[in-house]
Design a protein around this ligand. Structure first.
Ligand code: SF4
Length: 352
């Protein structure tokens, strides 16, 4: 199938079937960038309220650039992959300082910004600035691999290059914005991972996957990374209605978010036995306050919250060592927190 036929068919399909979404009504690079970053690894139904609250709270790149990091992370809370939020903030700062608050109208310049890779740069360049550069995301891999029978493994460098080259060979110079959105939307709604709509598909006669009935074999992916199990035992320590918390540092999940003093164990432990894993803090467990399972992309967390008391001297040492502070309910409400901590605080009615 030649380039013209492909783009004509997919754009016609898009015009008829596209969903009406707020970021499709604008050419503002700031809003397009926000939507692309928020929607990476996030479903539209989940990402939409976040997009709306970011646009409302930070209507310009400058307002986002000058916001405190805690406020940005708090607004992001629940979306996961928090490095995206930190990059979002760093990128806004850079655009504000080094580009006078304006996104550069160039694919190569966009890629120099924090958190902006090929995909996001191509989306901004094509949708906001009409530059004919193709976006390649999971949907595009699927659509192109099936229609054109491309068998390169999608996460390898070679595979990425093959798909990029194919997508760039198809993109029409006059409508790069619509074309890119059309391929992604077609993958999201019609050529879906399971049960693609082949019977009613505009590409049915030419699609290699359909002709050979190999839809379930394309795109070619390496098996997923093994999921690691972790056992997190959180100590909930109260003082005059305040809770002891700390800001997490880099090198692990949830960098920049707030949680409680933590004792991580290699296997599940009874709450009454947690003290054995950190004898130096002279811990007394008063009761178990909650147990949760929480799934991250590569980690399966088994999280236990226990109400605990610690005598004053070891408590002071712990506070100093782990950079802890007591926070009031009002303060905790504003802190960015992992979703499992937030859930515990609400279900235990510490936060309403
Ligand atoms: S025929 Fe099926 S596999 Fe091929 S593009 Fe259409 S929906 Fe996808």
């Amino acid at each position: 199938m030649n380039k013209k036929v492909f783009s004509k068919k997919i754009i016609a399909w898009y015009e008829e079937n596209k969903r009406s979404l707020p970021w499709r009504q604008t050419r503002d690079p700031y809003k397009i960038w926000l939507s692309e970053v928020i929607l990476q690894q996030t479903r539209i139904a989940q990402g939409l309220p976040y997009y709306l609250s970011f646009v409302k709270t930070f209507p310009t790149v400058k307002s986002l650039a000058i916001a405190p990091e805690d406020k940005v992370l708090r607004l992001w809370q629940g979306l996961g992959y928090y490095s995206r939020a930190r990059n979002l903030h760093a990128c806004a700062k850079k655009i504000d300082k080094e580009y006078s608050g304006k996104f550069p109208a160039s694919f190569e310049e966009l890629k120099k910004l924090p958190g902006i890779g090929d995909y996001t740069a191509a989306a901004i360049a094509s949708i906001a600035f009409q530059i004919p550069v193709a976006v390649v995301d999971g949907n595009v891999f699927r659509v192109l691999s099936r229609i054109f029978g491309i068998e390169e493994e999608i996460s390898s460098n070679k595979g990425k290059a093959v798909f990029m080259a194919k997508a760039n060979s198809l993109i029409p110079a006059d409508r790069p914005d619509v074309f890119n959105q059309a391929v992604m939307e077609f993958g999201a709604l019609h050529c879906t991972p399971q049960n693609p709509g082949c019977l009613s598909c505009v590409f049915a006669k030419d699609c290699v996957a359909n002709i050979h009935e190999i839809q379930n074999l394309l795109p070619v992916k390496i098996p997923k990374q093994k999921i690691k199990k972790r056992y997190l035992n959180y100590l909930v320590i109260q003082q005059k209605g305040k809770l002891l918390m700390r800001k997490r540092g880099p090198g692990d999940i949830w960098n920049g978010l707030y949680d409680f003093p933590l004792i991580e164990t290699k296997k599940a432990v009874r709450s009454s036995e947690i003290w054995k894993h950190k004898k130096e803090i002279k811990l007394t467990i008063d009761s178990t306050a909650g147990r949760y399972k929480h799934l991250l992309s590569h980690q399966h967390l088994i999280v236990q919250f226990v109400l605990a008391t610690i005598p004053i001297v070891p408590l002071k040492a712990l506070i100093k060592r782990e950079n802890l502070s007591f926070y009031s309910k009002k303060e905790i409400e504003k802190l960015p927190k992992p979703i499992v901590i937030n859930r515990f605080l609400r279900e235990s009615e510490f936060l309403k």
